[in-house]
Write a new protein. Structure first.
Length: 258
């Protein structure tokens, strides 16, 4: 991927050179899109902020430290998380993702840490939690800012390398997991208002990747609807200077200004 980034940067320099027209007016040639492989898809990345983010993602992927990904909704935080996993030494192991905001408060602990048979009514058998499911790989905690304060304390202990008990358990569990967290909230403000633990925030922010909002991307980021097109062009429509692109035929649409 490093060679890919180098080629892209060289191409950018050439594309951004000033060109003079016959009447002497200086004009800047618009940057051309670059077709590269990203998570198994042909992606078009022509925005300088996104190229910088992907370069940093590649470097951070080689570490084993927690990573905090921040950015507005719909900017691609999960794609960055998957890239971190794919380019890490854990790539052959599981990538487990969970949306903290989507789990009911009374189920968060059992989903994350599992439970033993008989731990509560309806617990008819042992169930490993998501930490154990991600053993050797990466656990992606999306919307980490919505995590219950009690679970924040338990997560902090896991990040500090301490084993945990399943609900109703007496045997400690020590999973080998890399934590990747994401949020669209301003966690520093949540810390000030005491809605998020300061120590957990600093532990997660060992590496902080900020995904730029779509309005700050001065180029094109898109993925093809199919691989049939030799240039990997996506299906797009122009609407008031808004580009809508479909990712591999998925109804999810990426919208951004030029």
């Amino acid at each position: 991927m490093g060679e890919t980034l180098s080629r892209m940067e060289n191409h950018t320099t050439q594309s951004d050179e000033l060109a003079r027209s016959s009447n002497g007016v200086v004009a800047r040639e618009p940057a051309k899109p670059y077709y590269e492989d990203f998570l198994g898809m042909t992606a078009v990345i022509a925005s300088a902020p996104m190229r910088s983010l992907m370069s940093m993602t590649e470097k951070v992927a080689g570490t084993n430290s927690p990573v905090l990904i921040t950015g507005e909704s719909g900017t691609g935080k999960e794609l960055v998380a998957r890239a971190l996993h794919r380019f890490s030494v854990r790539a052959s192991k599981p990538f487990i993702d969970v949306n903290c905001a989507a789990l009911p408060e009374h189920l968060i602990e059992s989903e994350l840490f599992g439970y033993e048979k008989g731990a509560f009514s309806g617990a008819d058998s042992l169930k490993p939690g998501l930490f154990e499911a991600a053993h050797g790989g990466s656990l992606f905690l999306d919307e980490i800012g919505e995590l219950d304060p009690r679970m924040q304390a338990k997560l902090l202990r896991v990040l500090d390398g301490q084993p945990f008990f399943r609900l109703g358990g007496t045997r400690k569990v020590e999973p080998d997991v890399r934590i990747i967290a994401a949020t669209n909230l301003m966690l520093d403000e949540a810390v000030q208002s005491r809605k998020f633990r300061r120590d957990l925030y600093h532990r997660l922010e060992t590496f902080h990747l900020r995904v730029p909002p779509l309005r700050e991307r001065d180029g094109l980021l898109a993925a093809p609807r199919s691989t049939g097109d030799s240039r990997g062009l996506c299906v797009a429509r122009q609407r008031s200077r808004i580009e809508e692109c479909f990712v591999q035929g998925d109804p999810l649409r990426l919208r951004f200004r030029h």
